[in-house]
Design a protein around this ligand. Structure first.
Ligand SMILES: [Zn+2]
Length: 376
């Protein structure tokens, strides 16, 4: 009986809707055609929960509700939420989920329900959002990963706990971003630990969501329990700052949607190049070293494919063992295009804005003049 009740309770908890902008917007969309009063209340709850992105309420499915006085009021409350994020000094770097992860880990927690109630349900707004946007609203995969890869997790505890000390570096980077792009906003950065399924995402309207387990590799890291692909997405701890800044730059981008390989390369390259302007560091030194040494060849190959939409040899791939070309070379090509564009631009601040608000990817390439030459 007790066990039955516990199951019933935990099932109820698993399906509970968190008080996050993402969840409220989802509910509003579901209710939009059946119950407009409840749909409006859900939108108000999203705004009250801190929604700072007006695009969240401009979806077609909400257009029947978000209009007139109500629409104006919501838009103005969203922009006042946004104004609260304009000061890089007050940037929130949230690391409480990492501490809680280790507490739950040390309890020897194996059941998905327990990971839900002890870790996610008590977590930050970022972790609760991540649960819905990247964990398929389930802790099963996390619970399995923690058991199957226990030694890997245990080996990244120390570096993961050192992240909170990096706050001054992130604030410094945010200030630099504001200096080169005054339109920037500074939503919270949430560091938590997941199941190696996502390095970083701005999805879910909460802030930057970071899977810290991807960013803690040191000499002590036990990669034994990981697959080859997982090994390739566990990055050196020293790259945390440039990688997080790269992700943070993505959050500022207001491009037209990408369609071709060239578009994706420039979109990623812009994030990498601006992160480089801010931190003076590359997010992926191996890709950059290979690209610099083989630039003409890489460009020739890229140039022949760039107008198509096949990304297989360039992004989210793995190293080509035949040629030795590392994964994700599109980052390098995109970086070079953006670097050349910036070097040529008479007004640097304008160039940064143009690289973050791209209306025409082809035009960026054309105006960069880049054609595979090293710039120095
Ligand atoms: Zn990226």
């Amino acid at each position: 009986m007790w066990a039955l009740m516990c199951t019933a309770l935990s099932t109820a908890a698993q399906t509970k809707h968190f008080d996050t902008p993402f969840n409220w917007i989802g509910q509003a969309k579901q209710l939009a055609t059946s119950d407009t009063i409840a749909a409006k209340a859900a939108i108000e709850s999203a705004v009250k929960a801190g929604l700072f992105d007006v695009s969240a309420i401009s979806a077609k499915s909400l257009s029947g509700i978000v209009k007139g006085d109500f629409g104006h009021r919501m838009a103005s409350e969203i922009s006042s939420n946004r104004e609260k994020l304009q000061d890089p000094e007050t940037l929130e770097i949230s690391t409480g989920d990492i501490d809680r992860f280790w507490t739950v880990f040390d309890q020897g927690t194996k059941e998905a329900e327990d990971w839900f109630s002890r870790y996610v349900a008590q977590g930050s707004k970022g972790l609760r959002t991540f649960f819905d946007v990247r964990m398929r609203s389930s802790t099963s995969r996390l619970a399995e990963a923690v058991v199957a890869k226990k030694d890997f997790y245990a080996s990244i505890r120390k570096p993961s706990l050192e992240i909170k000390a990096l706050r001054p570096e992130f604030v410094k980077a945010a200030k630099k971003l504001e200096a080169i792009y005054p339109e920037a906003i500074f939503p919270p950065v949430y560091f938590f630990i997941g199941s190696l399924n996502n390095v970083g995402t701005p999805d879910g309207f909460a802030g930057m969501l970071i899977g810290t387990e991807h960013l803690c590799r040191t000499r002590e890291t036990d990669l034994g329990p990981l697959s080859d692909f997982e090994k390739s997405i566990v990055f050196d701890k020293n790259l945390i700052v440039p990688i997080v800044v790269h992700e943070y730059v993505h959050m500022q981008q207001k491009n037209v949607p990408e369609a071709t390989l060239l578009d994706f390369a420039i979109m990623e390259g812009a994030a990498d190049f601006i992160a480089f302007l801010i931190t003076g560091r590359h997010t992926n030194p191996e890709v950059f070293a290979y690209g610099s040494a083989n630039e003409a060849e890489v460009w020739r190959k890229f140039n022949s494919q760039m107008d198509g939409d096949n990304l297989d040899e360039w992004l989210f791939n793995s190293k080509d063992e035949r040629t030795g070309m590392p994964a994700n070379m599109a980052y390098f090509v995109g970086f070079r295009i953006c670097e050349a564009y910036y070097a040529k631009a008479p007004d640097k601040q304008l160039a940064v804005r143009e690289l973050l608000e791209i209306q025409d990817f082809r035009k960026i390439l054309k105006r960069s003049g880049y054609s595979g030459q090293t710039s120095r």
